[in-house]
Design a protein around this ligand. Structure first.
Ligand SMILES: [Zn+2]
Length: 262
C-alpha cells in the first residue's frame, strides 16, 4: 500500500476499530493492518496500524486529533527507529526477574547509530526542550550518549552520573553547583529506581530537577518521579511465570538476554 500512510498506531483492536469507524463515518477509507504483530512489533509497541490513503492523511490526522484519538505523534517513528536498530526483539526471553516474555528491548543497540540517537533526541527535545535548564544529566551507561546529544542540541552543558561503590554519584571532574537546574535523560526505565536515586543525589547537591526525559517508559506511564516526566514511547510488556508461559508450553527455545552492564 504505497499510496497509503499510517495515521496512528494502537495497542488494542477495540480502540483501533473505534478510530477506523470514526474515520469511515467521516468519509475516509481507513484500513487496519496488524501485519507485524507476532513479528518484531507487538501490541505492546502499538503494532496495530490504522492506514489511510495518502491524499486523505492530513484530514484523517486532524479528525483523530480533534476527536481526542491522537496521543503521541512520535510513536510511529520511535518504534521504527528502535526496530531498525535491532533494539526491539521478538522471541522467548527469560528476564532478570525470572519471568518469561515474548518481547525484549535491547536498549544499547540504538547508540551504535549516531543518526538514530540524533533523531530520538530531537523528538525528545520537541517534547521537553521548553524546560528551563542549565545542565543535562545522563545516567551511565545508556544515558550518556543520549544525554550528551540532548545537551548538544539544546546548547546546554552535560554531565553524567555513575555508581561508585554502589552509590550514585556525579562523575568526578564535572562542575555542578547548588541552584543549577537539571534535565535528567535516560534511555529506558523499567522500575525507575536508578532515576529516583539520581533525583535524590541531585537534591542532596541542591540541584533543581526540572524534568525527566525518557526514550522508553516500560511502566506504561505508571511512573511518578515527582517532576515533569516525558517519554517517547510507553510500553507495557507482558510477562509470565515460567509455569504459565505459553511459549514454554509450545517448547520454543528460551533466550537469556545479556544482563545490563550498568
Ligand atoms: Zn517461557
Amino acid at each position: 500500500m504505497e499510496d497509503h500512510k499510517t495515521v496512528k498506531r494502537f495497542d488494542n483492536s477495540p480502540e483501533a476499530n473505534m478510530a477506523k469507524d470514526f474515520l469511515t463515518n467521516n468519509g475516509i477509507l481507513a484500513v487496519i493492518t496488524d501485519e507485524h504483530v507476532g513479528q518484531i512489533f507487538s501490541s505492546a509497541v502499538k503494532g496495530i496500524k490504522l492506514v489511510v490513503p495518502l491524499d486523505q492523511y492530513e484530514k484523517a490526522k486532524k479528525l483523530l486529533e480533534d476527536e481526542g484519538f491522537a496521543d503521541d505523534v512520535y510513536t510511529e517513528s520511535v518504534v521504527e527507529i528502535l526496530e531498525e536498530s535491532g533494539a526491539l526483539l521478538a522471541g522467548h526471553f527469560k528476564l532478570t526477574s525470572g519471568q518469561h516474555s515474548n518481547r525484549y528491548i535491547e536498549k544499547i543497540k540504538v547508540i551504535q547509530y549516531p543518526d538514530k540517537v540524533e533523531a530520538l533526541c530531537k523528538m525528545l527535545i520537541e517534547k521537553i526542550g521548553d524546560t528551563d535548564v542549565d545542565v543535562v544529566i545522563g545516567l551511565a551507561m545508556g544515558g550518556i550518549a543520549l544525554g550528551y546529544e540532548v545537551a548538544r542540541q539544546m546548547g546546554k552543558r552535560f554531565v553524567f552520573t555513575q555508581r561508585k561503590d554502589g552509590k550514585m554519584t556525579i562523575r568526578s571532574g564535572f562542575d555542578v553547583k547548588p541552584g543549577m537546574k537539571a534535565l535528567i535523560v535516560e534511555d529506558i526505565v523499567t522500575t525507575g529506581g536508578s532515576v529516583k536515586e539520581v533525583i535524590e543525589l541531585l537534591k542532596s547537591l541542591e540541584i533543581e530537577v526540572q524534568a525527566v526525559g525518557l526514550i522508553v517508559d516500560r511502566t506504561g506511564g505508571n511512573i511518578d518521579f515527582g517532576v515533569r516526566t516525558e517519554s517517547l514511547l510507553q510500553v507495557k510488556i507482558e510477562t509470565h511465570q515460567p509455569e504459565e508461559c505459553s511459549l514454554c508450553e509450545k517448547g520454543v527455545s528460551l533466550t537469556v538476554p545479556g544482563s545490563s552492564d550498568k
